[in-house]
Design a protein around this ligand. Structure first.
Ligand code: SF4
Ligand code: SF4
Length: 504
C-alpha cells in the first residue's frame, strides 16, 4: 500500500440514479426523455491485496477448483460389473454414481433431496454470515477471481490495467490482449472439458475426444461451456452478480438486523479527511482518511462507504485493504468489518459488540439448520435401509383369463425384477396366497411349472419377463402376492400384490 493520498475512485460499477430521467406522469412531456435501459459497463480493475480474507479466498478457490477438476479422475472399485469412476452421471444407463452410492432412476428422490438440502444450505449460510456464498464459493465469483488474476499477471496491477485500457491500440497492447484472451480460452476450455468428464469414463473420453471419436455432444458441450465461461467470468464479471443473478434479490429478503454484513462504521469513519487534515483538526475528522483503497480492491467496483448494496458480494477484501491502511496510520482495525446492524447500533452507542460466534447462533439460523439436518438424516436413513431387490407386476387385462383344454384357468403377468447389486444374483419368485397355483415363463415349458421359480439376474440390471399362473377351474377370484427373495446371505425380499381372475 504505497499511496494513501486522497483521490476519487477510478471506476465504479454502481448505477447512478441520474441515468434515469423521470417526469411527473400526469404532466405531458416537455421534451424528449432519454431513458437508459442499459447502462454501459464501467471497467473494474481491482487492485491486488493481501490479508486474512484474501488468503481465505485463495484457500476456497483452491479447494473448489481442485474438487471440480480432480473429481472425475478419482476411481472407486465397484467390481467388474460397474464403472470404476467415483462420481459419474451415466445417462446412457440411467445411473448416478457417487463413491459408494448408486442412485437408480426410481430413486430420484435422493437427488431431489440433495438439491433441496443445497437450497436450504444457502439459507443457513445467508442467515448466519450474509452473502458468504457469493463472496467465496459461487462459481461466478471463483472464475471471475481467476480471470482477474490472469489480468494482473499479464497487464499488471490496477493502475497499469487502467493505463492499458485507456491507451490506443499498439503492437504491444495487441500482443498482450491476444495472449490474455488465449489464456481466457484455455481456462474456459478446461472448464468445459472437465464438465463432460462427469458424464463418461474420464480417461476413455479424453482419448476419444483428442482422436476425434467422441460423440458430437461432447464437442458441442465443451464449445458452449468454453464460450459461457469466458463470457460470464472473463467479460461480464460483476454484471452477472449485479444485474443477472436473482440470488442477491432473494438474499436481501432474508437478511435482517441480526445478519452479518460487511459494514463501513460511519460513526467512526466520518467526517473523512486526510491524515494531515485530521492531525490539524482531530475533533472534526473521523478515522477514514478517504484513500479509496477499499474501492480500489473491490472486485465489483463499489464503495462500501455508501452503505449496503446489491453489488456487495461480502468478499471482505475491502476489510483487508482498510485494516492495512489503519495499521499504517496507527488507528485500530475494523473501520470496515463484518458486523450485524444490531451490533453497529450497540457499537455506535459506545457499547461492546457481541462476540462473532453469538451472532451466528440466532433462532432463524438454528431453524434453517434443523430443517437442513433433518432432511440430511432422513436421506441417510433411507439410503441405509433401501433394498437392492425389487419386483413389480403388471397383469394382462385382455383377456383377463384363458380357459385351458384341461379345464384349468390361466392368468398372464409381466413381472419386472430389479437387481441393484453390482454382481449377478439368483432370485426366487414365489406365489403366496394361491395354494393350488403354479407358474412358468416363456423360457420354460408348462411341464416345469411350479409354485416357485429361480431366476438368474445379471449384475446391476432390470429384467422383464412373462409369467403364466394356472389354477383349477373351480377356484374363485382371489388376491395373492408375488414375492421375490435374493438367494444370497442378504436374503433381501420384496413383494407385489396381484389378482387372479377366473370365471364367475
Ligand atoms: S474506509 Fe478505509 S480504505 Fe476506505 S477510504 Fe476510508 S480509510 Fe481508506
Ligand atoms: S464492498 Fe467490500 S465486501 Fe463488498 S464486494 Fe466490494 S470488496 Fe467485497
Amino acid at each position: 500500500m504505497n499511496n494513501l493520498e486522497t483521490r476519487p475512485p477510478e471506476s465504479s460499477a454502481a448505477a447512478t440514479p441520474e441515468d434515469l430521467t423521470r417526469h411527473d406522469p400526469t404532466e405531458p412531456p416537455q421534451h424528449e426523455v432519454p431513458l437508459n435501459l442499459y447502462e454501459k459497463r464501467k471497467g473494474v480493475f481491482p487492485q491486488k491485496i493481501d490479508g486474512k480474507f484474501r488468503r481465505f479466498k485463495w484457500l476456497v478457490m483452491l479447494i473448489t477448483l481442485g474438487i471440480y477438476y480432480i473429481t472425475p479422475w478419482l476411481r472407486w472399485d465397484r467390481g467388474p460389473y460397474a464403472p470404476d469412476q467415483a462420481v459419474l452421471i451415466d445417462l446412457a444407463h440411467r445411473r448416478f454414481y457417487m463413491f459408494g452410492i448408486e442412485i437408480w432412476p426410481h430413486e430420484f428422490y435422493f437427488v431431489a433431496g440433495l438439491l433441496i438440502m443445497a437450497g436450504i444450505g444457502l439459507f443457513v449460510v445467508t442467515s448466519a454470515v450474509g452473502r458468504a456464498w457469493c463472496g467465496y464459493s459461487c462459481p461466478q465469483t471463483v472464475w471471475t477471481d481467476l480471470f482477474q488474476h490472469v489480468d494482473r499477471l499479464i497487464d499488471g496491477d490496477r493502475n497499469a490495467q487502467i493505463r492499458l485500457a485507456k491507451a490506443p491500440l499498439s503492437p504491444s497492447k495487441f500482443f498482450r490482449r491476444t495472449f490474455k484472451y488465449a489464456i481466457y480460452l484455455f481456462i474456459g476450455f478446461w472448464t468445459g472439458g472437465a464438465w463432460i468428464m462427469y458424464f463418461a469414463d474420464a480417461p476413455t473420453l479424453v482419448r476419444d475426444f483428442w482422436s476425434g471419436e467422441a460423440a458430437p455432444t461432447a464437442y458441442i458441450t465443451v464449445a458452449v461451456l468454453t464460450l459461457t465461461t469466458v463470457g460470464l467470468g472473463g467479460f461480464m464479471r460483476e454484471q452477472v452478480c449485479i444485474y443477472m443473478c436473482p440470488w442477491p434479490r432473494i438474499q436481501s429478503a432474508m437478511l435482517d438486523e441480526k445478519s452479518l454484513l460487511v459494514t463501513y462504521k460511519d460513526w467512526r469513519g466520518e467526517k473523512r479527511g486526510s491524515v494531515k487534515k485530521a492531525a490539524k483538526n482531530p475533533e472534526t475528522y473521523g478515522d477514514c482518511i478517504d484513500c479509496h483503497q477499499c474501492v480500489a480492491v473491490c472486485p465489483t467496483g463499489i464503495d462500501i462507504r455508501e452503505g449496503p448494496q446489491v453489488g456487495c458480494i461480502t468478499c471482505a477484501l475491502c476489510i483487508d485493504a482498510c485494516d492495512r491502511v489503519m495499521a499504517e496510520v496507527g488507528r485500530p482495525r475494523g473501520l470496515i468489518d463484518y458486523a450485524t446492524l444490531e451490533d453497529c447500533e450497540r457499537e455506535a452507542a459506545g457499547e461492546e459488540p457481541r462476540p462473532v460466534w453469538k451472532t451466528l447462533l440466532h433462532p432463524r439460523t438454528i431453524a434453517y439448520f434443523s430443517i437442513w439436518a433433518a432432511i440430511g438424516l432422513g436421506l441417510l436413513f433411507a439410503l441405509g435401509n433401501r433394498d437392492h431387490t425389487d419386483i413389480s407386476v403388471a397383469q394382462d387385462r385382455n383377456p383377463p383369463y384363458v380357459m385351458l383344454s384341461d379345464g384349468s384357468v390361466r392368468n398372464a403377468y409381466t413381472v419386472k425384477l430389479r437387481n441393484m447389486e453390482s454382481r449377478p444374483r439368483d432370485m426366487r419368485i414365489a406365489l403366496e396366497g394361491l395354494p393350488q397355483g403354479v407358474m412358468w415363463t416363456d423360457a420354460m415349458g408348462r411341464e416345469d411349472a411350479a409354485s416357485t421359480l429361480i431366476q438368474r439376474m445379471p449384475a446391476d440390471a432390470t429384467q422383464a419377463f412373462r409369467v403364466y399362473v394356472v389354477q383349477p377351474a373351480d377356484v374363485a377370484k382371489d388376491e395373492f402376492t408375488f414375492t421375490v427373495t435374493s438367494l444370497d446371505k442378504q436374503a433381501e425380499t420384496d413383494s407385489n400384490e396381484a389378482r387372479f381372475n377366473a370365471p364367475e
